[in-house]
Design a protein around this ligand. Structure first.
Ligand SMILES: [Zn+2]
Length: 91
């Protein structure tokens, strides 16, 4: 399936997990998401911020979530689109 991108020393994915927000679904959704790298080689500071977006399906309720990654230079943070109260753990 395609050619894997060569990220050299950087990891190709980050493992995250969060509690599924669906009522009656106790699943912990765990997935590998794309890292959001801070790009210090960008010309503008606004272009340096890292961003990634990964679609994840809960194994319990089959609902789909989108996990967004952000990096403003102080490390990557992840959140679930449309569910701002969910805390996403980075493993
Ligand atoms: Zn679920």
């Amino acid at each position: 399936m395609g050619i894997a991108k060569d990220y050299m020393m950087e990891p190709e994915s980050i493992d995250v997990g969060f509690e599924c927000p669906t009522p009656q679904c106790d699943e912990i959704v765990e997935a590998s998401v794309e890292p959001a790298y801070y790009d210090t080689s960008a010309e503008n500071e606004s272009d340096m911020a890292g961003y990634s977006s990964t679609r994840i399906t809960c194994l319990g309720c089959k609902r789909e979530y989108i996990v967004e990654g952000h990096n403003y230079g102080a490390g990557m943070t992840y959140s679930v689109v449309n569910y701002p109260s969910i805390e996403v753990d980075v493993y």
